[in-house]
Design a binder for this molecule. Structure first.
Ligand code: AMP
Length: 113
């Protein structure tokens, strides 16, 4: 657990979240400010500050995040969706604990703004 990390506090149960899935390695919860009818985040319990901080040690963990996200998307009733990892402020990262966004339930534009 990293002090002053919002998502570490959610993992620790210090801040509430609308949880969709939890096991010993991973937590998924609805985004507090949804940008689509379905918008949730899948995070590792291990504190990794962002996509660029992933190492070979995390290969299995990142694959599992993708699989859990796919399974939750199916449970949420969406089979078409956008998957986003933001890396760095310029890319839109505001919480520095790696998280995978899954957004669906509406049409999306490309490229993103
Ligand atoms: P990013 O901008 O890629 O770092 O994404 C961070 C996401 O976390 C944003 O979409 C926020 O709406 C979301 N978020 C911030 N605080 C919370 C919270 N307490 N519970 C759920 N989602 C949150």
């Amino acid at each position: 657990m990293e002090t002053n990390c919002l998502f570490c506090k959610i993992i620790a149960g210090e801040i509430p979240a609308d949880k969709l899935y939890e096991d010993d390695e991973i937590l998924a919860f609805r985004d507090i400010a949804p940008q689509a009818p379905v918008h949730f985040l899948v995070i590792p319990k291990k504190h990794i500050k962002g996509p660029a901080a992933v190492t070979s040690e995390d290969d299995k963990l990142i694959g599992k995040i993708m699989r859990i996200g796919n399974e939750l998307a199916a449970k949420e009733g969406i089979d078409q969706y956008r998957v986003v990892f933001n890396n760095g402020e310029q890319a839109g990262q505001s919480v520095f604990h790696i998280h995978m966004h899954i957004l669906g339930g509406r049409s999306m534009q490309w490229p993103p703004g």
